[in-house]
Design a protein around this ligand. Structure first.
Ligand SMILES: [Fe+2]
Length: 377
C-alpha cells in the first residue's frame, strides 16, 4: 500500500467516504500500513469511537498479521483519556481479539509441538542411519585401477579414456590423502655419506596392478630402471625431483652400418632416446609411461625430500615371467658415435644404455603404509 491508499483508508476511517468501512477486505501487509494510518488518525482526530468501530469490525476479518497492529491500536485507545467514551467498543474489540488469538495461539503451539516432534524424529533417524561416507581417495584409486586393469596383462595398454580416468584420480591425490607428512623419518637424510636409502610403502598388489609409494630423502636416488610390458602412472605427492627418462630406439636392420656395427661389437648396448630430462616440483600432474614410449626407463633424483605414488599395471613379476626389473647405465651418445653423425633423428637427444646389476648403493627399505586402507569388495 502506498501513501495514496493510506490516505484513502484514513478518509474512510473518518466516515467521510462511503461509510462502508471495508478495511476488513484487506488482508495483506498493506493492511498494516492502513491500520497504522488509523492509529495516526486517532491521534489527530477526536473521532475515536469511529476509529474504534472500524477496528472492531476489522478484528473479525483481518488476517493474523493485522492483529498485532490492532492490538497496538486497542492499547493506544485504552491509554488515552480522550477516548473514554469508546471504552465499550474497545472492550468488545479486545474480547474479539482474544478469541481470535486463541485458536491462533493454539495453532502456533500445535505447530511448535509438531515441529519439535519432527525434529526429534529426524534426530532419531540420523542416529539410526548414519549418512554413507564418501570413499577415500585411495579407495577410489583402487576401484578405478580394478576397472582400468581388469583386462590388463603384459604389454596391454589401457584405453586413452581409462588412462585419463586414472590420471585424473591421481591428480587429486595429495600427501595427506595417503597419510604422509614431510617430517616422517623416511624423508630425513641420516647418512653422512653415500646415497641415502629409499623407503617403499606398499599399499596394494594383485596380478593386474600394484600401488605403492616411494619416499626419498634429499639426494635420494632411484637409479635408471625399466618397466617391461607395463603402463606406469607416477604422481609426485610433494617435494622436487629430477627425472630423466628414455625409450628404446628400434634400429632397423638396414640402418646405418656404424649403428649395426656397434650393436654387433657391444651387444649389451642399446640406443635410447631421451624422453624427459627435467625437474618436477609438486603440485604437478601425474605422468604416464607405456611399454614402448613415454619414458619406460627412468631415473629419479630427489632435490628435496619427496614422495612418489606409483601405479604399475601389470606389476613386476619373477624373472621367469619376464617382468623383472633391470637397471642400466646411460652413456653419452658421443661415446660411440664419434662426431655424432649416427644420430637417427636430428631433433632427438640420444644415449647408449647398458644393462647392469642393481647398484650396490641403491637400498630400498620397506615400511608399513599408515594411510587410509583399501576394502576389497
Ligand atoms: Fe619406475
Amino acid at each position: 500500500m502506498g501513501l495514496r491508499d493510506s490516505n484513502r483508508l484514513r478518509s474512510r476511517a473518518c466516515g467521510d467516504a462511503d461509510g462502508d468501512y471495508s478495511l476488513y477486505r484487506c488482508e495483506t501487509p498493506a493492511d498494516l500500513e492502513g491500520l497504522n494510518g488509523l492509529l495516526e488518525m486517532k491521534k489527530i482526530h477526536s473521532n475515536s469511537s469511529e476509529a474504534c468501530y472500524i477496528a472492531e469490525r476489522c478484528a473479525g476479518f483481518v488476517s493474523s498479521c493485522v492483529l498485532t497492529a490492532l492490538a497496538g491500536l486497542v492499547e493506544a485507545f485504552a491509554d488515552s483519556s480522550s477516548f473514554s467514551s469508546s471504552i465499550t467498543s474497545v472492550t468488545r474489540l479486545e474480547g474479539k481479539l482474544a478469541e481470535q488469538k486463541k485458536p491462533e495461539a493454539s495453532a502456533v503451539a500445535g505447530k511448535v509441538a509438531s515441529g519439535k516432534r519432527l525434529q526429534a524424529a529426524e534426530k532419531s533417524i540420523r542416529k539410526q542411519k548414519k549418512p554413507a561416507q564418501m570413499p577415500s581417495v585411495v579407495q577410489r584409486l583402487f576401484e578405478t585401477c580394478k576397472e582400468v586393469f581388469a583386462e590388463g596383462g603384459d604389454g596391454i595398454i589401457p584405453s586413452p579414456e581409462d588412462v585419463n580416468r586414472l590420471r585424473s584420480i591421481l591428480d587429486n591425490v595429495g600427501a595427506s590423502d595417503v597419510g604422509l607428512t614431510r617430517n616422517m623419518p623416511y624423508f630425513r637424510n641420516s647418512s653422512s655419506a653415500g646415497t641415502p636409502p629409499v623407503t617403499y610403502l606398499h599399499i596394494y598388489e594383485c596380478d593386474k596392478f600394484s600401488i605403492g609409494i616411494f619416499c626419498l630423502p634429499p639426494s635420494g636416488v632411484i637409479p635408471l630402471h625399466n618397466h617391461p610390458g607395463m603402463t606406469v602412472f607416477s604422481k609426485l605427492l610433494f617435494g622436487s625431483m629430477h627425472i630423466k627418462s628414455y625409450d628404446w630406439v628400434n634400429v632397423p636392420q638396414n640402418s646405418d652400418e656404424l649403428v649395426n656395427s656397434l650393436h654387433h661389437r657391444h651387444p649389451g648396448l642399446r640406443l635410447a632416446k631421451v624422453k624427459t630430462d627435467a625437474i618436477f616440483t609438486a603440485p604437478c600432474e601425474a605422468s604416464v609411461l607405456y611399454p614402448e614410449d613415454g619414458g619406460n626407463m627412468h631415473c629419479f633424483t630427489a632435490r628435496t625430500s619427496c614422495a612418489v605414488l606409483d601405479v604399475l599395471g601389470p606389476p613386476y613379476s619373477d624373472p621367469d615371467q619376464g617382468r623383472d626389473c633391470a637397471y642400466f647405465i646411460d652413456l653419452p651418445f658421443d661415446t660411440f658415435s664419434g662426431d655424432g653423425k649416427l644420430a637417427p633423428d636430428e631433433d632427438g637427444v640420444y644415449a647408449w644404455l647398458e644393462e647392469r646389476e642393481k647398484p650396490d648403493d641403491f637400498l630400498v627399505v620397506g615400511a608399513r603404509y599408515s594411510g587410509p586402507g583399501i576394502m576389497e569388495r
